[in-house]
Write a protein that binds this ligand. Structure first.
Ligand SMILES: [Zn+2]
Length: 440
């Protein structure tokens, strides 16, 4: 059994649409009330409130605010759970202090189990029935469909979506993805998104640069936006209609870029996994690599590099690869970058030599082996995986088969490659000490 998520667009009638908005607003208010409860309890009585305390208050809460009686109680619990998660993230040093949310920042609510809703669908269009709200037409197609588990109702860019989690049978899962027993090593980069080799053949997949292409358009629109009246909540000034119009055009471009990138990542990874059940790649910390340069004259340069790193969607690529390999019980292996230095090592003789970032060709000064830089790096990784890297013994000790992305923010790593050594502020990860922030 494996969980799969499928998203459908909802087409509510006018009446149901109003009800959906009403429920969303109630959930948002509950969220804010729960945040406020935690803050005041800590400030006044220096006592931190747990999720269960808040959950146990729900029945009393409903007696006072009777409109909440109409809402599925598990959905209400799920909203409290969101508050709890937001605080946990903060205490782990992963996020900011939870904010009160305005309705436009509150996307929707969840049904954590199969109560309060019904779905009349076989994974291809159909109807969704929400208790106390009504029946809604939905459109979309799930790749895999199974026993329904949970549902999220999401309002995004003026449209409603239902994101349904279902438990898919193993057999269905096995048949859904084909693979072969090939072994491939890939090197992720910015100029060419992927350089790959399987020992016999190699190749490059150019980076799609979706964002770079859309950047001009965003710049032009933003320039126009600056001349229109922006909202100023302190002065109680509303945004003008023209400002809102441009704003929605801008967010549309961003959305398109994100969709294009996601689509591209799916296509590429499906292609890779369709013929290879073992993928070797380099261990990268995208979050560290793309950490902001705080100061220094290389700031602009670094932010340009960050854009390119994020534009390829390296993190997404790896995640998607790993998930697809899991489906076919394949192997996703990550070479320890610092130990084997794929971009500095010669795949033929193991000689190590530093290259600068603009040096696109690997020419070994020891054995004269010449190859495109990134392909050479992937060759090194493939050799490392098959234990044939010249000058290295067994690799299993240093291997890291899990793609556990570190959950803490660290300092920027690739700044060194730009020739700059600058210490950066590292975020504290002081775990369990519950300290309220001074400014609220
Ligand atoms: Zn060499």
């Amino acid at each position: 059994m494996a969980l799969r998520r499928a998203t459908f667009r909802l087409y509510p009638t006018k009446k149901v649409n109003d009800l959906l908005h009403y429920h969303r607003r109630l959930h948002k208010e509950l969220y804010n009330a729960a945040v406020s409860n935690r803050i005041t309890s800590y400030r006044r009585f220096s006592k931190s409130v747990s999720y269960f305390e808040q959950q146990n208050c729900l029945p009393d809460f409903k007696e006072v605010w009777t409109e909440y009686k109409k809402i599925n109680s598990q959905a209400l619990q799920a909203t409290l759970k969101r508050v709890d998660l937001a605080f946990q993230r903060f205490f782990q040093g992963l996020g900011r202090y939870p904010k009160f949310k305005s309705i436009r920042r509150y996307s929707g609510w969840s049904y954590p189990s199969f109560t309060g809703w019904k779905c009349h669908s076989t994974g291809d269009n159909g109807y969704l029935e929400l208790a106390k709200i009504g029946s809604i037409q939905m459109r979309g197609k799930a790749k895999l469909w199974g026993h329904l588990k949970a549902l999220d109702i999401v309002h995004r860019n003026g449209k409603w979506y239902a994101s349904i989690v279902s438990n898919v049978d193993d057999e269905l899962l096995r048949n859904s993805r084909k693979t072969d027993d090939g072994v491939i090593a890939i090197d992720l980069g910015c100029n060419d998104a992927i350089a790959w080799t399987n020992g016999q053949e190699n190749g490059l997949i150019p980076a799609p640069r979706f964002f770079r292409k859309a950047e001009q358009k965003i710049k032009r629109l933003s320039k126009g936006k600056r001349r229109k009246r922006s909202p100023n909540y302190k002065k109680k000034q509303k945004a003008s209609r023209r400002w809102k119009k441009v704003q929605s055009q801008i967010s549309k471009v961003y959305r398109q870029v994100a969709n294009q990138r996601q689509n591209w990542v799916h296509q590429i990874t499906t292609r890779i996994v369709s013929s290879n059940s073992t993928v070797v790649t380099e261990k990268l910390e995208v979050k560290n690599m793309s950490a902001k340069a705080n100061k220094g004259k290389r700031k602009k340069q670094k932010s340009g590099l960050n854009k390119s790193i994020l534009d390829v969607g390296m993190g997404m690529l790896k995640q998607s690869l790993k998930a697809k390999l899991d489906d076919v019980s394949g192997v996703f292996s990550q070479a320890p970058t610092k130990k084997i230095k794929p971009s500095q090592t010669c795949p033929k003789c193991g000689h190590q030599e530093k290259k600068s970032l603009d040096q696109r060709l690997h020419i070994c000064s020891n054995c004269n082996y010449t190859q495109q830089r990134d392909i050479a790096a992937s060759e090194v990784m493939l050799l490392w995986y098959s234990n044939q890297l010249p000058g290295f013994g067994t690799n299993l000790a240093g291997a890291d088969d899990s793609s556990s992305t570190s959950r803490t923010r660290k300092t920027a790593g690739s700044m060194k490659q730009l020739g700059q050594k600058k210490r950066q502020k590292s975020y504290s990860t002081g775990g369990d000490v519950e300290t309220p922030p001074e400014t609220l």
